[in-house]
Write a protein that binds this ligand. Structure first.
Ligand code: CTP
Length: 403
């Protein structure tokens, strides 16, 4: 990946005594693959689930478990390791965090190597708690997690799903990808600055059926829109995703509405926009549809060569925008700026994001994008090629500046 923000970053991974501790192994590997240096600290109860050797092998570094390491018991090599670690780190992640460890950190306890380190830190701290539903939902746990957020720590809430106990409910540890996304977000300097915002985002292509076999579509992968959803959610927004047919994966807790045709997307946008303050139309909407879709497969010798098309509805141009912030995209290959500005005006938008296809590694299917943002006020911001997650964050920061 282009200029990976994780590259060269120093990360402490704290692991506590929870069955999800095995997922911290994947996390260690992924962090290292992205170029980060990882040091692992485990609580004594984490040893019941995973051997320190697993983490020392995966991280390539010594694992800290004891406050007073055996080699230092005679006092000869005794150092202030907790302060050295705390000063070394760019970020600490506690994943998984038991509700016990979360409670201790929320109240300033420092009774093992991990909690001592958490108290000594100068860098940001991400806490990803996991527990059985009853423990997770207890008012005291909720209070402790809220307290951690109030103290400025970044809490990644557990997900709903099947749990090790056989029960099903909230408390499940998230997939490592989400934690890595949060790591990238925090290391890039973002916070939950979109808390309280309700954002509707469309993504992917729309397909217009010709018959049960064929359709008119386009090459949109949905990557830009899905990255916008992830970034907005991790920055604290309440997000609804309206997605055309794509293969991209999204966090399970995101309210996702799946559509196929332009008409279905328009209906969904109209329905959900009422309850949202901001609309980001990143979908690559099909411009044409057959005059009528055939119920049975059309033979090529027959009507296919006489296929008649009509224009689809322009969603952005047709919706009621009153009181909403509306952001469009423009995908252009030539006369880029002029075309983007024309769309900004004609579709009555607050902001438009120009996606240039003329740049290498930009546009459909790529994980990188080259964008320029035009505000209704005339302000223009140009960005170099960057990952779609980074581009998404730049777009969201510009939306925050809209009056
Ligand atoms: N859009 C829309 N409804 C359509 C077509 C596009 O709401 N039927 C939205 C897109 O989601 C995007 C913006 O309008 O935010 C511009 O889309 P784009 O495909 O670049 O422009 P078009 O208006 O379709 O014009 P053209 O294809 O001729 O460039």
């Amino acid at each position: 990946m282009l200029n990976d923000i994780l590259s060269g970053k120093k990360i402490i991974l704290g692991v506590t005594g929870c069955i999800a501790a095995y997922k911290a192994c994947y996390l260690t590997r992924e962090l290292r693959e992205r170029g980060a240096e990882v040091r692992v600290v485990m609580t004594p109860s984490a040893l019941q689930f995973i051997a320190p050797l697993t983490f020392s092998s995966l991280s390539g570094n010594e694992v800290i478990v004891n406050v007073f390491p055996e080699s230092q018991q005679d006092g000869t090599g005794l150092k202030t390791w907790h302060i050295d670690y705390a000063l070394w780190a760019d970020l600490m992640i506690i994943a998984p965090a038991t509700v016990n460890t979360a409670a201790k950190i929320a109240h300033g306890f420092a009774d093992n190597a991990l909690t001592i380190l958490a108290l000594a830190l100068r860098c940001p701290l991400i806490i990803a708690p996991a527990a059985d539903t009853d423990m997770y939902e207890k008012p005291i746990t909720r209070q402790n997690l809220n307290k951690l957020s109030e103290l400025g720590h970044y809490v990644i809430e557990a997900e709903v799903g099947s749990l090790a106990s056989g029960l099903s409910g909230i408390g499940r540890f998230p997939e490592p990808e989400k934690i890595i996304d949060a790591v990238e977000l925090i290391l890039s300097g973002y916070t939950k600055d979109l808390s309280g915002k309700k954002i509707l985002i469309t993504a992917g292509p729309t397909f217009e059926d010709i018959d049960p076999v064929r359709f008119i579509g386009n090459r949109s992968s949905g990557k830009m829109g899905f990255n916008l959803v992830k970034a907005a959610y991790l920055r604290g927004a309440e997000v609804t995703l309206i997605s055309g047919p794509v293969y991209e994966k999204i966090y399970p807790e995101i309210n996702t509405v799946k559509v196929r045709s332009t008409f279905e997307m328009k209906e969904a946008v109209e329905k959900y926009l009422k309850d949202n303050q901001i609309l980001i139309m990143s979908a690559a909407v099909a411009d044409y549809q057959p005059e009528s879709a055939a119920i049975k497969k059309i033979k090529k010798e027959e009507h296919l060569k006489n296929l008649k098309l009509k224009q689809t509805v322009d969603i952005l141009a047709s919706i009621n925008k009153r009181g909403k912030k509306i952001i469009g995209f423009a995908l252009e290959t030539d006369e880029e700026k002029a075309n983007a500005l024309k769309k900004l005006k004609d579709k009555n938008l607050d902001m438009i994001v120009l996606n240039s296809l003329s740049d290498e590694r930009s546009g459909f299917e790529y994980d990188t994008n080259k964008i320029t943002i035009f505000h209704r006020s005339g302000k223009e911001v140009d960005y170099p090629l960057q990952s779609k997650f980074q581009a998404a964050n730049k777009i969201l920061s510009e939306i925050l500046k809209l009056k």
